[in-house]
Write a protein that binds this ligand. Structure first.
Ligand code: NDP
Length: 283
């Protein structure tokens, strides 16, 4: 391995500790409400981890669990109540939702000022206009890792693999905002390997185990692996073939312990930012 390991776990722990100090100095406790519908096993774990991290940072955190059979109208009523509750600063509806509920309708119903996931069309639109407000946590976490590791951004060629609303698209917007020259690649991209080889910064967010091979990577490139994939033998791997890539890259994130921990740290930071912004607006 020649690449420097980007230790997201350590960066996230430091940011969470710094945030806890800021929260302790506030005259109020920012409040986060996470809504989970049903018992999707991965969602159960993610929501529990978010709640624990929020508590550890000193936030007022609670999870609202609704049964799998909850209707879309029922979930919208829960969202409306949280929107209207002045004591609530941040609302997160854990995805995926059961198939009978339209996620877009639920996200659009959130108060954009409490949308700590940054998925509401208003927040997505502001980001696309270069006026970021509440920014999606995973791509925000990637930007922090790039900055923490001193990766030059202005003028760098950045390739983002994957164009989802929650990772790829906002990732491309943030990199553009940092003056990278951005290519947004996806399942219809011709010669993905050649596109990737041009990248100074490669962000993989496709959800395909070890799809990005060592010979897709330019020597010295910074490789950020957002993917979380479970292999049949139970191992967790990213979208990048780690050992091959680490032999070529200049710096690389591991899976687990790379981007994942940053997502939660950014959720907590967004909650505090939302709480402060709401109070500033109210004042
Ligand atoms: P989506 O399934 O929503 O999007 C995947 C994207 O990858 C799509 O744009 C799709 O293209 C593209 N894609 C799929 N297959 C290929 C292929 N063979 N070649 C090129 N592009 C392809 O996934 P998400 O964005 O939600 O998540 C991506 C990964 O990141 C997953 O592994 C997920 O678990 C992980 N993740 C990790 C987080 C973390 O905290 N670390 C948080 C969120 C996600 P098209 O649009 O053309 O279909």
């Amino acid at each position: 391995m020649t690449a420097r390991l980007i230790d997201g776990k350590a960066v996230a722990a430091a940011r969470r500790a710094a945030l806890a100090e800021r929260v302790a100095a506030l005259p109020f406790r920012p409040a986060l409400r996470v809504v989970r519908v049903g018992e999707d096993p991965a969602s159960v774990v993610y929501v529990r981890n978010k709640d624990r991290a929020a508590q550890a940072a000193g936030l007022d955190s609670a999870t609202i669990v609704l049964p799998e059979a909850t209707t879309e109208a029922g979930l919208l009523a829960t969202v409306a109540a949280l929107n209207d509750d002045p004591a609530v600063d941040g609302i997160l509806v854990q995805l995926p939702l059961p198939p009978h509920i339209r996620a877009e309708a639920v996200i659009a119903a959130l108060d954009p000022a409490k949308d700590v996931d940054g998925f509401h069309p208003l927040n997505a639109g502001l980001l696309a206009m270069g006026r970021p407000a509440l920014v999606p946590c995973t791509p925000q976490g990637v930007m922090i890792l790039l900055r923490e590791t001193g990766t030059p951004l202005a003028g760098a060629r950045a390739v983002v693999l994957g164009r989802s609303q929650i990772v790829g698209r906002p990732m491309a917007q943030l990199l553009l905002g940092a003056d990278c020259t951005v290519t947004l690649a996806h399942s219809r991209t011709r010669d993905l390997a050649a596109e990737c080889r041009r990248a100074d910064i490669l962000v993989a967010a496709v959800g395909r185990a070890e799809m990005v091979r060592g010979d897709w990577i330019a020597p010295g490139a910074t490789v950020i692996d957002v993917g979380i994939n479970r292999l049949p033998d139970g191992r967790l791997v990213g979208d990048v073939a780690f050992a091959e890539a680490a032999a070529v890259a200049g710096a690389i994130t591991p899976v687990p312990g790379g981007v994942g921990p940053m997502t939660i740290a950014c959720l907590l930071e967004n909650t505090v930012a939302a709480a402060l912004a709401r109070r500033a607006t109210a004042a």
